[in-house]
Design a protein around this ligand. Sequence first.
Ligand SMILES: CC(=O)SCCNC(=O)CCNC(=O)[C@H](O)C(C)(C)COP(=O)(O)OP(=O)(O)OC[C@H]1O[C@@H](n2cnc3c(N)ncnc32)[C@H](O)[C@@H]1OP(=O)(O)O
Ligand SMILES: O=C([O-])CC(=O)C(=O)O
Length: 372
Amino acid sequence: MEEISPGLENVYIKYTELTFIDGQKGIMRYRGYDINELAEKSSFEKVSYLMLFGKFPDDSELKNFQNKINSHLALDDYLKDILRAMPETSDSLGILQTLLSAKASKESNYKYTKENDGEKIPEILGSVLSMVANIYRLKSGNNIIDPEPGESYAETFLKACSGSADKNKISAMDSALILYMDHEIPASTTAALVTASTLSDMYSSLASAIAALRGPLHGGAAEGAYRQFLEIGEPENVNAWFENNILNGKRRLVGFGHRVYRTYDPRLKTFKKYADILSTTEEQKKILAIAKRLEEAGVKAFGSKGIYTNTDFYAGMVFNAIGFPVDMFTTLFGLSRISGILAHITEYVETQERLIRPRAIYRGSGERKYPE
Ligand SMILES: CC(=O)SCCNC(=O)CCNC(=O)[C@H](O)C(C)(C)COP(=O)(O)OP(=O)(O)OC[C@H]1O[C@@H](n2cnc3c(N)ncnc32)[C@H](O)[C@@H]1OP(=O)(O)O
Ligand SMILES: O=C([O-])CC(=O)C(=O)O
Protein backbone atom coordinates (compact mmCIF):
# COMPACT_ATOMS: atom_id res chain seq x y z
CA MET A 1 0.00 0.00 0.00
CA GLU A 2 1.21 3.51 -0.80
CA GLU A 3 2.08 5.61 2.23
CA ILE A 4 2.56 9.31 2.69
CA SER A 5 5.27 11.03 4.71
CA PRO A 6 3.58 13.97 6.46
CA GLY A 7 5.86 16.98 6.55
CA LEU A 8 8.19 15.10 4.14
CA GLU A 9 9.80 13.76 7.33
CA ASN A 10 12.86 11.62 6.54
CA VAL A 11 12.39 12.09 2.79
CA TYR A 12 15.68 12.78 0.98
CA ILE A 13 15.49 14.88 -2.21
CA LYS A 14 19.12 15.69 -2.92
CA TYR A 15 22.73 14.83 -2.20
CA THR A 16 24.71 17.69 -0.74
CA GLU A 17 28.32 18.58 -0.02
CA LEU A 18 27.29 21.76 1.79
CA THR A 19 26.00 21.20 5.33
CA PHE A 20 26.36 18.12 7.53
CA ILE A 21 24.09 17.73 10.54
CA ASP A 22 24.21 15.01 13.18
CA GLY A 23 20.97 15.63 15.03
CA GLN A 24 21.69 13.07 17.75
CA LYS A 25 25.10 14.43 18.70
CA GLY A 26 24.41 18.10 17.94
CA ILE A 27 27.09 18.50 15.28
CA MET A 28 26.87 20.87 12.33
CA ARG A 29 29.53 21.56 9.70
CA TYR A 30 29.82 23.54 6.46
CA ARG A 31 31.83 21.55 3.93
CA GLY A 32 33.46 19.70 6.84
CA TYR A 33 34.29 22.75 8.99
CA ASP A 34 32.74 23.04 12.45
CA ILE A 35 30.11 25.78 12.53
CA ASN A 36 31.26 27.44 15.76
CA GLU A 37 34.88 27.50 14.62
CA LEU A 38 33.81 29.20 11.38
CA ALA A 39 31.72 31.71 13.35
CA GLU A 40 34.70 32.50 15.58
CA LYS A 41 37.49 32.66 12.99
CA SER A 42 36.02 33.42 9.58
CA SER A 43 33.87 36.02 7.85
CA PHE A 44 30.55 35.99 6.02
CA GLU A 45 32.28 36.56 2.66
CA LYS A 46 34.83 33.76 3.12
CA VAL A 47 32.21 31.26 4.28
CA SER A 48 29.81 32.29 1.50
CA TYR A 49 32.61 31.73 -1.01
CA LEU A 50 33.38 28.36 0.59
CA MET A 51 29.74 27.32 0.35
CA LEU A 52 29.22 28.62 -3.18
CA PHE A 53 32.51 27.67 -4.82
CA GLY A 54 33.75 24.73 -2.71
CA LYS A 55 36.93 26.23 -1.24
CA PHE A 56 38.10 29.17 0.84
CA PRO A 57 39.08 32.10 -1.39
CA ASP A 58 42.72 33.20 -1.61
CA ASP A 59 43.39 36.92 -1.04
CA SER A 60 42.79 37.99 -4.63
CA GLU A 61 39.68 35.81 -5.03
CA LEU A 62 38.30 37.29 -1.82
CA LYS A 63 38.99 40.87 -2.93
CA ASN A 64 37.41 40.16 -6.30
CA PHE A 65 34.33 38.61 -4.65
CA GLN A 66 33.98 41.56 -2.25
CA ASN A 67 34.41 44.08 -5.07
CA LYS A 68 31.73 42.35 -7.11
CA ILE A 69 29.33 42.36 -4.13
CA ASN A 70 30.13 46.02 -3.42
CA SER A 71 29.44 47.02 -7.01
CA HIS A 72 25.77 46.06 -6.44
CA LEU A 73 25.07 48.01 -3.25
CA ALA A 74 23.15 50.79 -5.02
CA LEU A 75 19.44 49.95 -5.15
CA ASP A 76 17.63 50.31 -8.47
CA ASP A 77 15.37 53.38 -8.55
CA TYR A 78 12.23 51.29 -9.02
CA LEU A 79 13.08 49.38 -5.82
CA LYS A 80 13.50 52.66 -3.94
CA ASP A 81 10.06 53.72 -5.23
CA ILE A 82 8.53 50.43 -4.04
CA LEU A 83 10.18 50.84 -0.65
CA ARG A 84 8.74 54.34 -0.25
CA ALA A 85 5.29 53.15 -1.35
CA MET A 86 5.03 50.38 1.26
CA PRO A 87 2.57 51.18 4.08
CA GLU A 88 4.26 52.10 7.37
CA THR A 89 2.68 49.05 9.00
CA SER A 90 4.19 46.55 6.53
CA ASP A 91 6.39 44.07 8.27
CA SER A 92 10.04 44.02 7.30
CA LEU A 93 10.15 40.46 5.99
CA GLY A 94 7.09 41.11 3.82
CA ILE A 95 8.89 44.11 2.31
CA LEU A 96 11.96 41.97 1.57
CA GLN A 97 9.77 39.38 -0.15
CA THR A 98 8.18 42.17 -2.21
CA LEU A 99 11.56 43.59 -3.28
CA LEU A 100 12.83 40.14 -4.28
CA SER A 101 9.69 39.58 -6.34
CA ALA A 102 10.16 42.98 -7.98
CA LYS A 103 13.70 41.96 -8.95
CA ALA A 104 12.36 38.65 -10.24
CA SER A 105 9.96 40.50 -12.55
CA LYS A 106 12.99 41.58 -14.60
CA GLU A 107 14.69 38.18 -14.74
CA SER A 108 12.97 36.34 -17.54
CA ASN A 109 14.88 33.45 -19.14
CA TYR A 110 17.57 33.21 -16.47
CA LYS A 111 19.89 30.33 -17.38
CA TYR A 112 21.67 28.41 -14.63
CA THR A 113 25.30 28.14 -15.72
CA LYS A 114 28.52 28.50 -13.72
CA GLU A 115 29.33 31.76 -15.56
CA ASN A 116 25.89 33.28 -15.02
CA ASP A 117 25.77 32.16 -11.38
CA GLY A 118 29.27 33.55 -10.71
CA GLU A 119 28.03 37.01 -11.71
CA LYS A 120 24.51 36.75 -10.39
CA ILE A 121 25.39 35.54 -6.89
CA PRO A 122 27.53 38.58 -5.87
CA GLU A 123 24.86 40.80 -7.44
CA ILE A 124 22.23 39.18 -5.22
CA LEU A 125 24.40 39.41 -2.09
CA GLY A 126 25.01 43.13 -2.71
CA SER A 127 21.37 43.91 -3.56
CA VAL A 128 19.94 42.01 -0.60
CA LEU A 129 22.33 43.76 1.84
CA SER A 130 21.07 47.09 0.52
CA MET A 131 17.42 45.98 0.58
CA VAL A 132 17.58 44.84 4.22
CA ALA A 133 19.59 47.87 5.41
CA ASN A 134 17.13 50.22 3.70
CA ILE A 135 14.10 48.35 5.07
CA TYR A 136 15.56 48.94 8.54
CA ARG A 137 16.30 52.59 7.76
CA LEU A 138 12.83 53.19 6.40
CA LYS A 139 11.16 51.58 9.39
CA SER A 140 13.25 53.66 11.77
CA GLY A 141 12.29 56.87 9.96
CA ASN A 142 15.53 57.39 8.03
CA ASN A 143 16.15 58.10 4.35
CA ILE A 144 17.01 55.47 1.74
CA ILE A 145 20.73 55.35 0.90
CA ASP A 146 23.21 53.53 -1.33
CA PRO A 147 25.44 51.78 1.21
CA GLU A 148 29.18 52.57 1.24
CA PRO A 149 31.50 49.53 1.16
CA GLY A 150 33.19 48.80 4.50
CA GLU A 151 35.94 46.33 5.43
CA SER A 152 33.51 43.41 5.55
CA TYR A 153 29.95 42.49 4.59
CA ALA A 154 28.89 42.71 8.26
CA GLU A 155 30.48 46.15 8.66
CA THR A 156 29.00 47.45 5.40
CA PHE A 157 25.59 46.25 6.54
CA LEU A 158 25.68 47.69 10.06
CA LYS A 159 27.08 51.02 8.90
CA ALA A 160 24.42 51.22 6.19
CA CYS A 161 21.76 50.61 8.85
CA SER A 162 22.83 53.14 11.42
CA GLY A 163 25.96 54.98 10.37
CA SER A 164 28.33 53.35 12.84
CA ALA A 165 28.96 50.10 14.67
CA ASP A 166 31.53 49.03 17.25
CA LYS A 167 33.88 46.08 16.81
CA ASN A 168 31.94 43.73 19.12
CA LYS A 169 28.70 44.33 17.25
CA ILE A 170 30.33 43.84 13.85
CA SER A 171 31.88 40.62 15.08
CA ALA A 172 28.53 39.40 16.51
CA MET A 173 26.76 40.29 13.25
CA ASP A 174 29.40 38.47 11.21
CA SER A 175 29.03 35.37 13.40
CA ALA A 176 25.23 35.49 13.18
CA LEU A 177 25.44 35.77 9.37
CA ILE A 178 27.64 32.65 9.32
CA LEU A 179 25.60 30.64 11.85
CA TYR A 180 22.35 31.24 9.99
CA MET A 181 23.84 30.89 6.50
CA ASP A 182 22.69 27.35 5.85
CA HIS A 183 21.02 24.42 7.54
CA GLU A 184 20.77 21.71 4.87
CA ILE A 185 17.20 21.80 3.51
CA PRO A 186 14.69 23.26 5.98
CA ALA A 187 11.25 24.42 4.79
CA SER A 188 12.56 27.71 3.32
CA THR A 189 15.41 26.17 1.31
CA THR A 190 13.08 23.41 0.15
CA ALA A 191 10.61 26.06 -1.08
CA ALA A 192 13.47 27.69 -3.02
CA LEU A 193 14.47 24.33 -4.51
CA VAL A 194 10.92 23.59 -5.61
CA THR A 195 10.86 26.92 -7.45
CA ALA A 196 14.38 26.52 -8.88
CA SER A 197 13.58 22.99 -10.04
CA THR A 198 11.11 24.49 -12.54
CA LEU A 199 14.12 26.49 -13.85
CA SER A 200 12.60 29.69 -12.56
CA ASP A 201 15.07 32.49 -11.77
CA MET A 202 17.08 32.92 -8.57
CA TYR A 203 15.15 35.94 -7.26
CA SER A 204 11.86 34.04 -7.60
CA SER A 205 13.39 31.11 -5.74
CA LEU A 206 14.56 33.45 -2.98
CA ALA A 207 11.13 35.07 -2.74
CA SER A 208 9.64 31.56 -2.24
CA ALA A 209 12.19 30.85 0.48
CA ILE A 210 11.52 34.12 2.30
CA ALA A 211 7.78 33.40 2.24
CA ALA A 212 8.40 30.04 3.93
CA LEU A 213 10.84 31.52 6.42
CA ARG A 214 8.19 33.79 7.85
CA GLY A 215 6.19 31.30 9.91
CA PRO A 216 6.68 30.92 13.68
CA LEU A 217 7.57 27.24 13.37
CA HIS A 218 10.62 28.21 11.31
CA GLY A 219 12.35 31.61 10.82
CA GLY A 220 9.77 33.52 12.83
CA ALA A 221 10.82 31.66 15.99
CA ALA A 222 13.59 34.11 17.03
CA GLU A 223 10.94 36.82 17.16
CA GLY A 224 8.50 34.46 18.90
CA ALA A 225 11.08 33.45 21.52
CA TYR A 226 11.97 37.07 22.27
CA ARG A 227 8.30 38.10 22.54
CA GLN A 228 7.85 35.19 24.96
CA PHE A 229 10.58 36.68 27.21
CA LEU A 230 8.90 40.10 27.04
CA GLU A 231 5.56 38.54 27.96
CA ILE A 232 7.10 36.81 31.01
CA GLY A 233 8.41 40.20 32.10
CA GLU A 234 10.48 39.26 35.16
CA PRO A 235 12.79 36.31 35.94
CA GLU A 236 10.69 35.35 38.98
CA ASN A 237 7.62 34.91 36.73
CA VAL A 238 9.26 32.17 34.65
CA ASN A 239 8.13 29.06 36.52
CA ALA A 240 4.49 30.11 36.90
CA TRP A 241 4.35 31.27 33.26
CA PHE A 242 5.86 27.98 32.08
CA GLU A 243 3.44 25.92 34.12
CA ASN A 244 0.35 27.90 33.06
CA ASN A 245 1.17 28.36 29.39
CA ILE A 246 3.32 25.41 28.38
CA LEU A 247 2.80 22.51 30.81
CA ASN A 248 -0.90 23.12 31.46
CA GLY A 249 -1.64 25.35 28.49
CA LYS A 250 -1.76 24.65 24.82
CA ARG A 251 1.28 26.65 23.75
CA ARG A 252 4.60 25.37 22.49
CA LEU A 253 7.78 26.72 23.98
CA VAL A 254 9.23 28.85 21.18
CA GLY A 255 12.94 28.35 20.57
CA PHE A 256 12.65 24.72 21.61
CA GLY A 257 12.38 21.55 19.54
CA HIS A 258 13.63 20.77 16.07
CA ARG A 259 12.83 18.36 13.25
CA VAL A 260 16.45 17.14 13.11
CA TYR A 261 18.07 17.76 16.51
CA ARG A 262 17.36 15.53 19.47
CA THR A 263 19.82 17.50 21.58
CA TYR A 264 21.03 21.12 21.86
CA ASP A 265 21.34 22.98 18.56
CA PRO A 266 25.13 23.44 18.09
CA ARG A 267 24.70 27.06 16.90
CA LEU A 268 23.49 28.00 20.38
CA LYS A 269 27.00 27.99 21.78
CA THR A 270 28.07 31.09 19.83
CA PHE A 271 24.71 32.88 20.08
CA LYS A 272 24.77 32.35 23.87
CA LYS A 273 28.32 33.67 24.04
CA TYR A 274 27.30 36.90 22.27
CA ALA A 275 24.11 37.20 24.33
CA ASP A 276 26.34 37.14 27.45
CA ILE A 277 28.87 39.64 26.04
CA LEU A 278 26.43 42.11 24.51
CA SER A 279 23.65 42.17 27.12
CA THR A 280 24.84 45.23 29.02
CA THR A 281 21.73 47.32 29.78
CA GLU A 282 19.47 46.46 32.75
CA GLU A 283 16.67 45.48 30.33
CA GLN A 284 18.97 43.21 28.29
CA LYS A 285 20.33 41.57 31.47
CA LYS A 286 16.77 40.95 32.66
CA ILE A 287 15.77 39.33 29.34
CA LEU A 288 18.88 37.14 29.49
CA ALA A 289 18.05 36.06 33.05
CA ILE A 290 14.48 35.20 31.95
CA ALA A 291 15.82 33.21 28.99
CA LYS A 292 18.24 31.23 31.10
CA ARG A 293 15.56 30.28 33.67
CA LEU A 294 13.12 29.39 30.91
CA GLU A 295 15.73 27.25 29.17
CA GLU A 296 16.32 25.37 32.43
CA ALA A 297 12.57 24.74 32.87
CA GLY A 298 12.23 23.65 29.21
CA VAL A 299 15.10 21.19 29.30
CA LYS A 300 13.86 19.74 32.62
CA ALA A 301 10.37 19.20 31.18
CA PHE A 302 11.20 18.16 27.60
CA GLY A 303 14.83 17.02 27.48
CA SER A 304 13.86 13.38 28.03
CA LYS A 305 11.71 13.60 24.85
CA GLY A 306 14.69 14.92 22.84
CA ILE A 307 13.31 18.46 22.80
CA TYR A 308 16.05 20.98 23.54
CA THR A 309 16.89 24.62 22.93
CA ASN A 310 17.21 25.58 19.26
CA THR A 311 19.23 28.41 17.73
CA ASP A 312 16.36 30.90 17.77
CA PHE A 313 16.12 30.93 21.56
CA TYR A 314 19.15 33.23 21.99
CA ALA A 315 19.49 34.72 18.48
CA GLY A 316 16.89 37.45 19.08
CA MET A 317 18.77 38.69 22.14
CA VAL A 318 21.92 39.05 20.04
CA PHE A 319 20.10 40.91 17.25
CA ASN A 320 18.49 43.17 19.87
CA ALA A 321 21.83 43.90 21.53
CA ILE A 322 23.34 44.76 18.13
CA GLY A 323 20.58 47.36 17.89
CA PHE A 324 17.68 45.80 15.97
CA PRO A 325 13.99 45.81 16.94
CA VAL A 326 12.01 42.54 17.15
CA ASP A 327 10.34 43.16 13.78
CA MET A 328 13.73 42.84 12.06
CA PHE A 329 14.80 39.45 13.49
CA THR A 330 13.36 37.19 10.77
CA THR A 331 14.59 39.57 8.08
CA LEU A 332 18.14 39.36 9.48
CA PHE A 333 17.80 35.57 9.42
CA GLY A 334 16.75 35.93 5.75
CA LEU A 335 19.77 38.10 4.93
CA SER A 336 22.07 35.45 6.43
CA ARG A 337 20.38 32.55 4.66
CA ILE A 338 20.61 33.94 1.11
CA SER A 339 24.04 32.52 0.24
CA GLY A 340 23.18 29.08 1.68
CA ILE A 341 20.01 28.93 -0.39
CA LEU A 342 21.89 30.03 -3.52
CA ALA A 343 24.52 27.35 -2.89
CA HIS A 344 21.78 24.71 -2.64
CA ILE A 345 20.09 25.94 -5.81
CA THR A 346 23.37 25.83 -7.73
CA GLU A 347 24.20 22.38 -6.34
CA TYR A 348 20.73 21.08 -7.18
CA VAL A 349 20.60 22.44 -10.69
CA GLU A 350 24.18 21.37 -11.47
CA THR A 351 23.81 17.81 -10.23
CA GLN A 352 20.16 16.92 -10.80
CA GLU A 353 18.02 19.52 -12.50
CA ARG A 354 14.98 17.36 -11.81
CA LEU A 355 11.56 18.94 -11.45
CA ILE A 356 10.32 18.52 -7.87
CA ARG A 357 6.82 17.17 -8.13
CA PRO A 358 5.63 14.89 -5.31
CA ARG A 359 2.33 13.02 -5.36
CA ALA A 360 -0.80 13.02 -3.18
CA ILE A 361 -2.88 9.88 -2.62
CA TYR A 362 -6.44 10.59 -3.70
CA ARG A 363 -9.05 9.77 -1.04
CA GLY A 364 -12.05 11.73 -2.30
CA SER A 365 -15.29 10.65 -3.87
CA GLY A 366 -15.49 8.26 -6.84
CA GLU A 367 -16.81 9.48 -10.18
CA ARG A 368 -19.93 11.66 -9.79
CA LYS A 369 -22.46 13.10 -12.21
CA TYR A 370 -22.53 16.90 -12.54
CA PRO A 371 -25.81 18.10 -10.89
CA GLU A 372 -28.26 19.22 -13.63
C1 LIG B 1 15.61 28.04 12.71
C2 LIG B 1 14.48 27.13 12.96
O1 LIG B 1 13.58 27.05 12.16
S1 LIG B 1 14.54 26.14 14.37
C3 LIG B 1 12.83 25.80 14.77
C4 LIG B 1 12.17 27.02 15.31
N1 LIG B 1 10.78 26.77 15.74
C5 LIG B 1 10.40 26.82 17.03
O2 LIG B 1 11.18 27.05 17.94
C6 LIG B 1 8.92 26.63 17.29
C7 LIG B 1 8.67 25.63 18.42
N2 LIG B 1 9.02 24.29 18.02
C8 LIG B 1 8.15 23.49 17.33
O3 LIG B 1 7.00 23.83 17.10
C9 LIG B 1 8.66 22.13 16.84
O4 LIG B 1 9.66 21.65 17.71
C10 LIG B 1 9.16 22.15 15.39
C11 LIG B 1 8.04 22.63 14.47
C12 LIG B 1 10.35 23.08 15.24
C13 LIG B 1 9.62 20.77 14.96
O5 LIG B 1 8.54 19.99 15.11
P1 LIG B 1 8.33 18.53 14.55
O6 LIG B 1 9.56 17.87 14.09
O7 LIG B 1 7.24 18.62 13.58
O8 LIG B 1 7.96 17.84 15.89
P2 LIG B 1 6.51 17.47 16.33
O9 LIG B 1 5.59 18.61 16.09
O10 LIG B 1 6.21 16.17 15.68
O11 LIG B 1 6.69 17.32 17.89
C14 LIG B 1 6.99 16.10 18.54
C15 LIG B 1 6.45 16.18 19.95
O12 LIG B 1 7.18 17.16 20.66
C16 LIG B 1 6.33 18.21 21.14
N3 LIG B 1 7.04 19.46 20.92
C17 LIG B 1 7.85 19.76 19.87
N4 LIG B 1 8.34 21.01 20.03
C18 LIG B 1 7.81 21.49 21.17
C19 LIG B 1 7.93 22.73 21.84
N5 LIG B 1 8.67 23.71 21.35
N6 LIG B 1 7.24 22.90 22.98
C20 LIG B 1 6.48 21.93 23.49
N7 LIG B 1 6.33 20.71 22.90
C21 LIG B 1 6.99 20.51 21.75
C22 LIG B 1 5.08 18.11 20.26
O13 LIG B 1 3.97 18.64 20.93
C23 LIG B 1 5.00 16.62 20.04
O14 LIG B 1 4.46 16.04 21.20
P3 LIG B 1 3.47 14.77 21.09
O15 LIG B 1 4.28 13.70 20.40
O16 LIG B 1 3.11 14.49 22.50
O17 LIG B 1 2.34 15.26 20.23
O1 LIG C 1 16.57 22.92 9.83
C1 LIG C 1 15.46 23.40 10.11
O2 LIG C 1 14.38 22.77 9.93
C2 LIG C 1 15.33 24.75 10.70
C3 LIG C 1 16.62 25.39 11.08
O3 LIG C 1 17.19 25.11 12.11
C4 LIG C 1 17.19 26.36 10.15
O4 LIG C 1 16.66 26.56 9.05
O5 LIG C 1 18.22 26.97 10.49
